[in-house]
Design a protein around this ligand. Structure first.
Ligand SMILES: [Fe+2]
Ligand SMILES: [Fe+2]
Length: 192
């Protein structure tokens, strides 16, 4: 595993961890029993994904850098969500792009079996966002839901596409992954 792949894995672990912490914080605040239970499970799953990737990095002599000093990551750009609608719209929007990227990653030639196994496990668990769309669609404040969904889509489009451009300029496996992701998006769009 080269240094760029370690950095990439570290950034995924960081996203999973931060996503899980934000969901956990909203679970702590939730007044509604259904929402609290769902958020606890969802938070636990994201933090478990961070832990799978951390174990993978440890096995390969890497570790995760948990801080985003430059504030350039998705969550830094999106800001801390201010409402339950915001936290769920953000999660709904971020999930499919993470899933798309992980799928492209495991299908890229040259990815080690160790990495593939971890991402196959994560991909299986990443189909956990269906309840969020149902919840958002039943909210009375439709304009707040639309506004949040659109705003987070713009964040993802900006940060993810910029990140792919950066990765395409590197060497080795991460470059191949970025090229494949780029091809996939050109064929299917980011929000297939
Ligand atoms: Fe996850
Ligand atoms: Fe997820």
């Amino acid at each position: 595993m080269d240094i760029e792949e370690k950095k990439l894995l570290s950034s995924y672990a960081k996203s999973e961890l931060v996503g899980g912490l934000i969901l956990g914080e909203y679970a702590r605040r939730a007044k509604d029993n259904f929402l609290r239970d769902k958020l606890i499970h969802h938070s636990a799953e994201e933090i478990r994904h961070a832990s799978y990737i951390t174990t993978l990095l440890e096995k390969n002599g890497g570790s995760i850098s948990a801080h985003d000093e430059k504030g350039s990551h998705y969550y830094a750009k999106a800001g801390f969500p201010k409402s339950e609608i915001e936290v769920l719209a953000m999660t709904e929007v971020f999930e499919p792009v993470a899933l798309l990227h992980y799928k492209v990653y495991v299908d890229t030639k040259g990815v080690s079996d160790d990495v593939k196994n971890v991402f196959h496990k994560i991909i299986k668990e990443e189909s956990h966002a269906g309840w969020i769309t149902n919840w958002l669609d039943t909210q009375l404040d439709k304009s707040a839901v639309d506004e949040a969904r659109n705003r987070y889509r713009k964040v993802i489009e900006e940060v993810y596409l910029q990140e792919l451009e950066r990765l395409k300029k590197l060497e080795g496996l991460v470059r191949e992954i970025a090229i494949n992701a780029d091809k996939y998006i050109k064929r299917h769009g980011l929000w297939e």
